[in-house]
Structures are given as C-alpha cells and as structure tokens.
Design a protein around this ligand. Structure first.
Ligand SMILES: [Zn+2]
Length: 372
C-alpha cells in the first residue's frame, strides 16, 4: 500500500521537474529568438583533396582525435563539374565562390566563360573585410576562384593581375614569381599593388613572423617563389598566416569579414599517392581548424565551414592497418567523384546539414550573410 503513494510522489516530482526544465529551455529559446545571433563573419576552410578517408587517416594518426569532432553540424556535397563527373580544383572552388557549376579549369566564370561575382566580391561591396590564405601559390585555382575571373586556371600572369586590382584585403601564399618575374610587356606588380593600397612583401625580404601588418593598408605576403614546400620539409607559415588574417580582419572593421583558408597540399599528397604526405598536411590543417574554432567560440558571431573541393587519390585504409601503422592504397593519381563532407559551426550552422550540390555552399553562405 505504501508503495503506490511513494511512486505517485516520485512521478509528480519528475513531472514537475520536467515542467520546470522545459520552461527554462523555452525562456532560453525565446531569448535567442528575440535577439538572433546574426552571422558577422564567415571563415571557410578548404582542405583541397580532403575526402573522408584523408580525414580518417589524419584522425587515427593523431590518437583517434580531430578538431572536426567539435562540429555540431555535418553535411555532404556533390562535387561534380558541369562537363565532368570528377571535378578539378578550379570548378570545385568556383562552385563555392560563385554558386555555378562550371567546367574544369574555370576560374570565377560560368560554363560559357562569363564572369560571375564571387562571395568575396559581394562581401567587399557590403563594406566587409576579405582575406585569403593558402599553402599553394596565391594564384592557384582554389584561392584564385575567389578574386579572379579567367577562362583558364593556367593563365597565372592574368590571375596575378586580377589580384593586384582586387578587393582582397589580406592574403598570404606562394607564387612571388607571378608578381615579379613577368614578361616585359607586363608591369612589375609590386609597384601597382603598392599604388592600389597594398603593403606587400615576401619571404626574400623577411619572415612573415617578423612583419606587423599596417591596419590602414591592404596586406599581401608571398611565402615562396613558386610552390611552397610541404609541411614535412619545413613549411610552417599556414597556422601563423591564418592567425594573422583573423587578427587583421577582426581588428578595425565592424561590418565583419569573409576569410578563406586553404590546406592546399593534402591534394598534392594524394596526387603523389603518398599517405604520409596527405596525413602530415591534414595534421597541420586540423590544428588550424582548432585555432579557428577557438576564435569562433569566443566571438559568437562567426560561422565556420570546413569542406573540400573533391577527394584525391581514391585513398583507402587497408585491412592490415593498425591505429599506429596505417597501410594505404590509392586507386588513382587524380581526383575521384565521391561525395565530400561539410562541417559547420556557429550561427546558422544548421543550414549546412543534409546532402546537396557543391554550389549550395555559396547560396548557404549568402543566406547566412543575409545578402540578396
Ligand atoms: Zn588536385
């Protein structure tokens, strides 16, 4: 007999407790709804060639951990180009930067070679700051697709001309030769960039860590004459450049910023069918993702998106692997057509859940920024 009232009391206590919890949650939600946390900044991190196996290999190699585990929202994108099922980095990055499916080799142009305004250009028009950081040359397909419009990714001199005239506020990457060792008919771009308001220098003059950007000027730094080294051979500027970019872009402007950071050489490790190369590049990129998340967490108004343009190498982790000794197999020295994961953190992150075309990443960023 005494058990029934006790059960009832316990039940009533729990109902009451749940009611109160719900009430508290509702209050929190309605407060959030009244003052929605609008996206002020977007940081887009592109691990070139970083498919799910590259991520898995990198994760196992560092004790089964990756910064990507911090992301609450995960989606998948379909990476194909307009003319090929398997995309290259130019069409892949143009899908993100412009929202159009285009042909392999296209930089910021549609399938009819017509220029399309990029997310970076739209952001600059709204008075926001913009930045690009890459471990390839800065005129390479992925960064180029955010500021240049060219029918071919190989027209490096023309792409460098576009950067000189661009509205990119901060950039760091390789490729000094495309600015200073040019055909006689072309201008020395350092000169024209300085008159376009850039503070520009390179690895030949000093190290990046010894430079303090002048906040009243645009900032450019070239880290190598052509391609930067792999991280395993001593390249170390990408984490610093990413940190400097955020500091610079967040310093003065109150209208927010758009920053793209590319881990360019995960792809190169895939082309070389070199698992250790892939993993060492991923490990550095993963560290940068962690740093970016720390900033976003403190800031509260930064949307962080991590994805890749495509997978490279058709990488597989072989059955004889252990966590400490990964055995790799590759099916290709080129890119493959598998779907690519998308990780999102911060305000509006939830719109990145699901399966969608790579071009949707552009439209989702527009939506997050509330651009028309
Ligand atoms: Zn590639």
């Amino acid at each position: 007999m005494s058990r029934v009232p006790l059960f009832l009391i316990v039940f009533l206590f729990f109902s009451c407790d749940q009611g109160q919890t719900k009430k508290v949650t509702n209050t929190t939600l309605s407060t959030t709804n009244n003052t929605p946390k609008k996206v002020k900044n977007i940081i887009l991190l592109i691990g070139d060639g970083m498919g799910l196996t590259q991520i898995s290999a990198g994760m196992y190699s560092q004790g089964n951990k990756t910064s990507l585990e911090e992301f609450p929202v995960i989606g998948l994108h379909k990476s194909h180009a307009s003319n090929k099922l398997v995309t290259d980095s130019a069409a892949g990055a143009t899908a993100f930067s412009c929202g159009v499916k285009t042909y392999n080799g296209a930089i910021g142009v549609d399938k009819d070679t017509m220029a399309v305004e990029t997310i970076l250009e739209k952001a600059r028009k709204q008075g926001m700051k913009t930045g690009l950081v890459a471990s390839s040359t800065i005129v390479h397909a992925t960064p180029a697709s955010f500021y240049s419009h060219n029918k071919s990714r190989k027209n490096y001199d023309e792409i460098a001309d576009d950067l000189a005239q661009s509205s990119v506020d901060f950039f760091v990457g390789g490729g000094k030769m495309f600015f200073t060792e040019r055909a006689e008919t072309r201008k020395d771009l350092y000169q024209s960039m300085r008159s376009n308001g850039y503070m520009i220098s390179d690895f030949f003059e000093s190290e990046l860590k010894d430079i303090t950007p002048d906040l009243s000027k645009k900032f450019g730094f070239l880290t190598a004459n052509k391609d930067p080294l792999p991280v395993a051979q001593g390249r170390d500027y990408l984490p610093l450049a990413s940190e400097m970019a955020i500091e610079y872009l967040d310093a003065v402007e109150d209208k927010g910023f758009f920053l793209m950071i590319e881990g360019s050489q995960i792809d190169w490790g895939g082309h070389a069918n070199n698992g250790e190369y892939v993993v060492s590049e991923f490990v550095e990129f993963d560290q940068i993702i962690g740093n970016v998340l720390d900033f976003a967490e403190k800031d509260g108004q930064t949307l962080v998106i991590v994805t890749a343009d495509h997978e490279t190498g058709g990488l597989a982790i072989q059955p004889e692997s252990t966590m400490d000794s990964l055995q790799y197999a590759f099916t290709s020295t080129y890119h493959t057509g598998t779907m690519i994961p998308v990780f999102a953190y911060g305000p509006d992150a939830e719109i990145f859940a699901g399966i969608y075309e790579n071009t949707e990443i552009f439209y989702k960023m527009l939506q997050a920024f509330d651009f028309k």
